[in-house]
Design a protein around this ligand. Sequence first.
Ligand code: CDV
Length: 304
Amino acid sequence: MPRWLTVAAAQSGPISRDETRADVVERLVAQMREAHKQGCQFIAFPEVALTAFFPHWWIEDEAELDAWFETEMPGPDSQPLFDEAARLGIGFQLGYAELAVEDGRKRRFNSSVLVSADGAIIGRFRKMHLPGHIERRPDNPFQNLEQRYFERGNLGFQTWAGFGGRVGMCICNDRRWPESWRVLALKGAEIVFCGYNTPDNIPEHPEMDHLVAFHHQLCMQSAAYLNGMWTVGVAKAGIEEGVSQLGLTSIVAPSGQIVAQASTLGDELVVYRCDLDLSTEHRRLFNFERNRRPEFYGQISEQK
Ligand code: CDV
């Protein structure tokens, strides 16, 4: 018996620096309504979906930096998204920059929430793998200051029961690390949502620019195939404040095949009716229980 979940991966076109959160949320609500019209039960939005991707800029002033973060979720600007989800009965995943006070201090994370069809938060994730640098690189055409502005996530990789299956989340650079996906798979994820902001060029390594799209797809497709799960990558695409970002929002089946993909660099819904049971079937074929035997792989220690 198939277990159907119709998913929309909601690619965002660029968000300008002076676009308000309320304006952006209006765009996301329009995508949510369209997804509902197309019969989707779930919609996934990109990494840091409520604003432009500010780690591309050097920001010295702390108050100015804090202004890019959400101190509550939902907050006054994002509440309409939660209200609309509950009204339509559609679940969603939303990436955002999170400012929390924990252990008596201010902490900044690159986060996402998983929201049920009645508008309640059922899962939280904080990005584990932070790319980029801490110092300013004045010769680069844009910065990549995630290591400066965020702390590594402290919630690990978790999965949640919902939408007829088991769901996981990771964020952008997490997709380049096999451990992210394998841990999610071992925790039962049948479908994993991954929002991203990926420049289509690498200032320090222009010789690798032509491989950016290939490496993105390689990660998403191999993760799906090697772990027997659906992977859904959701881009913030197009030229945002001078930074040209990859599109290629896509839905990948447990076979590793791309079954739906964006064809623009703007706001675009990528919709597919996913059978979550394909994950179970694929894993039965692989038989992790019998064939995955870390105890025989040899001691894991760095060989110098
Ligand atoms: N937001 C990201 O994590 N971006 C990185 C880029 C900077 C390499 C990525 O892995 O796509």
